[in-house]
Design a protein around this ligand. Structure first.
Ligand SMILES: Cc1cc2nc3c(=O)[nH]c(=O)nc-3n(C[C@H](O)[C@H](O)[C@H](O)COP(=O)(O)OP(=O)(O)OC[C@H]3O[C@@H](n4cnc5c(N)ncnc54)[C@H](O)[C@@H]3O)c2cc1C
Length: 449
């Protein structure tokens, strides 16, 4: 029996006491799963989900199951164990001219976690979510059987596992098609938007760019409501980099040295004034003219990774990221309403960002064609009431909230917004009738009883 440890995910909310086991072989994992000390529980990768998706009374960490089994450098196909970090994959494949097909805003996620959340990047509108590029995976069901799944083989289970938040089984191995790149640089353009409508127009006119993402000033009001800065980018070609810097090492692998936030900041550090000052500075730092430059992939995709434990700036109570998506036809109206409600609440999200999604239809995967917005709020009493109110706007405009960032949505909101949730539940119980895989989140939102 393992000793209980205090554990939380990236938002540091909620924190619970849990038994944590780890495995380094399939036999080991099977022994844990079938032991009487494991009545139920959930897989955990690197805990970069924000809320309680990877929390349960019993947690199985995949971090020790972390070997790259095979890398075919001619075709860019990689097979790796679920606990391998994206950082390790990049280090292994970039020198041969390959990159991750889709990546989130941090490279400290595991392969298994990326599939279970079916993560999206800045390129969803053109290249879809991570599962689009997964050629196959091996999944351990609750009875210890391993099932090989892909779009062609056991396709229903494959589809439900991508975005299935660990509830269909434990992903142990996956094969992924990587993306060919000529250099480790991004050709970037930066554009300033004077309000939310202008920002959305910029996204529409940047649709042919592979990557686009924006920062938003959620505290601006009136004519400036939702002003922001859009970054768009393409993997730079050798010829472009050569022009900018003839001495460049095209596939250079140089990941920035990290600094670390050593302790939780006092809760008053982030208040309306500090957020307003930061937003004013960041907006005016960017001029009205389009700025063009070449940036290293690490600072384009992972700007926050150079500050380890940046989640501690929110203080001990932690923080929540509220990320939702609206369908394209309701996005403008819906977003305007959300900004107004936040402004009236007097609460200040420290970070806010907007991205464009392309079409997708899966069981529990988050993306749908439209706009996705994320706000980071420090945890306090008032935030829960605000987010409950915003949930109603999400329902009204046909959107949904991202499960991997969530720590508080209720079962009714989930059922109302995830239209395939009943289908998912049926499939989940077909393969795992004893309901062994469950998280605090899956019980709260009514997926597990
Ligand atoms: C700074 C930052 C930026 C981010 N940016 C983005 C972004 O741009 N786009 C995006 O989509 N997400 C983003 N995320 C969220 C993150 O990509 C996901 O939460 C991802 O799933 C975390 O991976 P992990 O390995 O840490 O998994 P965990 O957080 O440990 O687990 C997440 C979920 O995956 C399940 N899981 C983990 N491993 C397995 C496995 N082997 N088998 C079955 N289930 C498993 C868990 O049960 C849980 O439900 C960001 C997170 C951070 C901290």
């Amino acid at each position: 029996m393992n000793l209980k440890s205090l554990i939380s995910n990236w938002g540091n909310y909620p924190k619970i006491q849990a038994n944590i086991s780890a495995f380094d072989s399939i036999e080991n994992l099977k022994t844990i799963l079938t032991s009487k000390d494991f009545p139920h529980g959930i897989a955990r990768g690197n805990g970069r989900c924000y809320g309680d998706s990877a929390l349960s009374e019993n947690i199985i960490s995949t971090l020790k199951y972390n070997t790259i089994r095979k890398f075919d450098a001619a075709n860019g196909v990689i097979t790796a164990e679920a606990g391998v970090l994206f950082e390790t994959i990049i280090t292994a494949v970039l020198p041969s001219g390959w990159f991750l097909p889709v990546t989130p805003g941090t490279k400290f996620v595991t392969l298994g976690g990326a599939i279970a959340s079916d993560i999206h990047g800045k390129n969803h509108h053109k290249e879809g979510s991570f599962s689009n590029h997964v050629l196959s995976l091996d999944l351990m069901l609750e009875d210890g059987r391993i099932v090989h799944c892909s779009k062609e083989e056991n396709s229903e289970l494959f589809l439900a596992t991508c975005g299935g938040m660990g509830l269909t089984g434990i992903i142990v191995l996956a094969t992924v098609q990587l993306k060919k790149v000529e250099t480790s640089f991004i050709r970037q353009e930066t554009l300033r938007a004077e309000n939310i409508d202008h920002l959305m127009d910029l996204f529409e006119s940047s649709k042919d760019w592979t990557y686009s993402v924006s920062w938003v000033d959620a505290l601006s009001k009136g004519k400036s409501l939702g002003r922001g800065v859009l970054f768009r980018g393409e993997h730079a070609l050798k010829s472009e980099v050569q022009l900018a810097n003839s001495k460049a090492d095209y596939l250079e692998l140089k990941i920035k040295k990290n600094i670390s936030i050593p302790f939780n900041f006092p809760s008053f550090t982030l208040n309306k004034l500090t957020v307003m000052l930061f937003n004013f500075y960041f907006f005016h730092k960017h001029s009205k003219e389009i700025k063009k430059d070449f940036v290293y992939f690490d600072s384009f995709f992972y700007p926050m990774d150079s500050i380890l434990h940046w989640n501690r700036i929110y203080g001990k109570p932690g923080f929540m990221e509220y990320q939702f998506v609206f369908p394209k036809d309701t996005s403008r109206k819906g977003l305007n309403q959300v900004f107004k409600i936040i402004a009236e609440s007097g609460l200040s999200p420290f970070f806010s960002g907007l991205k464009l999604f392309g079409n997708q239809n899966s069981y529990l995967s988050f993306p749908m064609e439209g706009y996705t917005m994320a706000f980071d709020f420090a945890v306090n009493r008032k935030v829960f009431a605000l987010l409950d109110m915003l949930d109603q706007v999400i329902i009204e405009f046909g959107g949904r909230v991202y499960l991997t960032k969530d720590a508080r949505m209720n079962a009714a909101v989930f059922a109302n917004t995830y239209k395939n949730s009943e289908l998912f539940k049926k499939l989940k119980s077909k393969f795992n009738p004893n309901n062994k895989y469950q998280s605090l989140q899956s019980r709260r939102i009514g997926i597990s009883s």
